[in-house]
Design a protein around this ligand. Structure first.
Ligand SMILES: [Zn+2]
Length: 285
């Protein structure tokens, strides 16, 4: 286990603890023993592999934990990343643990969940849905995913740590394709794109359409989708990270700073439209 500088972040290589506990957790889930399942998950997440098998996993632990430490150092070296790290609630802990090969088969992605997630209310809830709750968080992450993915997950962890995580579906259009995503993914994507712009690295248009685009094309995309503009406005009004990003960074891409310009583009293309409200009176904590 390793702390990251003086941030409330613990890197914990616990792959073998997970491999042992997951079959039991699945059985408890089938038996609807949700509280016991969560207890087992919390214990496995916060226990290191170091004492297992006469310390034989020490080299693996060393490799993973130093790779994650370095990835966090890359995030820290970027002013946008440093701001996100600094705003995570210090009364909470972010646990960064490896993803198992079985989990990687389900989704080749990183995830962030509350450690003490809300227990399922529905007895038919499928195994593995742990996204509701707040406080301490767990980021399942492999270093190969890179610092651009880690900053995205840290934004989720930040929102959970302050009890602000609250998904609202937004609908949008890309060329002729209609789709939807939630406000938490949208916000994490905007913050990670500002981070990438700060580092002068290629920008992804969207969380779902991971195509590389110039800033202007991404601004056209945002200005063409009213619910995305309304979500930007909502975050500007109620989320201090968005406000700080608007005021603090002279990055080329910064839709929080440039919100007025985006709304002006929208109004120019829709002369009969009126200025937009923020997305439906929510998320106010
Ligand atoms: Zn995400």
């Amino acid at each position: 286990m390793r702390l990251f500088l003086d941030y409330p972040i613990i890197i914990n290589y616990n792959l073998h603890q997970q491999l042992r506990s997951v079959p039991h957790e699945k059985q408890m889930h089938r038996d609807r023993q949700f509280a016991e399942e969560r207890q087992s998950y919390m214990e496995a997440t916060t226990t290191s592999d170091i004492r297992l098998e006469n310390r034989m996993y020490k080299p693996e632990i060393e490799r993973y934990e130093s790779a994650i430490f370095n990835c966090l150092k890359t995030v820290y070296s970027n002013p946008v990343g440093r701001m996100v790290l600094g705003k995570i609630n210090k009364q909470t802990t972010v646990w960064i643990i490896p993803k198992t090969a079985a989990d990687m088969k389900v989704c080749n992605c990183a995830t962030t969940n509350p450690l003490k997630y809300d227990l399922p209310k529905d007895k038919d809830e499928p195994y593995g849905r742990r996204g509701l709750g707040y406080g301490n968080t767990v980021i399942e992450f492999l270093p190969e995913s890179g610092d651009d993915t880690l900053i995205h997950e840290l934004v989720h962890a930040y929102r959970y740590s302050h009890k602000k995580f609250n998904k609202i579906e937004i609908h949008f259009q890309n060329e002729k394709i209609l789709d939807s995503q939630d406000t938490e993914e949208f916000f994490a994507h905007q913050m990670s794109t500002i981070y990438m712009s700060q580092a002068k690295r290629p920008l992804m248009m969207d969380y779902k359409w991971q195509s590389i685009r110039e800033k202007n094309k991404i601004y056209d995309f945002l200005a063409g989708n009213t619910e995305m503009l309304m979500a930007l406005k909502l975050f500007l009004n109620h989320e201090c990270l968005a406000r700080l990003a608007a005021q603090s960074f002279a990055t080329d891409y910064n839709p929080f700073r440039d919100y007025q310009e985006l709304e002006a583009r929208f109004l120019k293309n829709n002369p009969s439209a009126t200025p937009l409200p923020e997305l439906g009176g929510m998320l106010i904590n």
